[in-house]
Design a protein. Structure first.
Length: 120
């Protein structure tokens, strides 16, 4: 029962954004009560707040894009390094295979020449 009460209380006390009609009505009342200059200042403050919000969102989006591009470039660099390492390993295996083949041929020719000398 207390959880239900608590959730109802939270729902009732949650912040609610004012409607555009309320904002316009408030500005109109301020104009009537304090003069047009005060209302204009309030409207300017409201517009600056909206502009600051858009600026913050644009800055955050730019930061996310910059981080994403940097991550992509790092992955490309790592991939290029991996491909270069693979190429070097394949080259090393090719050279090793050639050297082992030469060693095998040399041993084989020595073995056959020893057999000929011994008369086998």
């Amino acid at each position: 029962m207390s959880e239900d009460f608590e959730s109802q209380l939270r729902a009732a006390l949650r912040p609610v954004a004012p409607s555009d009609d309320f904002t316009q009505d408030l500005i109109a009342r301020m104009t009537a009560a304090q003069g047009p200059q005060s209302a204009q200042r309030a409207l300017n403050r409201q517009r600056r707040g909206a502009s600051a919000g858009w600026f913050a969102a644009a800055a955050a989006a730019s930061l996310l894009i910059a981080v994403g591009v940097q991550q992509h470039l790092r992955q490309q660099h790592d991939r290029a390094q991996g491909l270069e390492a693979r190429r070097q390993v394949i080259e090393a295996l090719r050279v090793t295979s050639q050297k082992l083949d030469l060693a095998y041929q040399a041993i084989k020719s020595q073995s056959s020449s020893l057999d000929d000398e011994q008369g086998v």
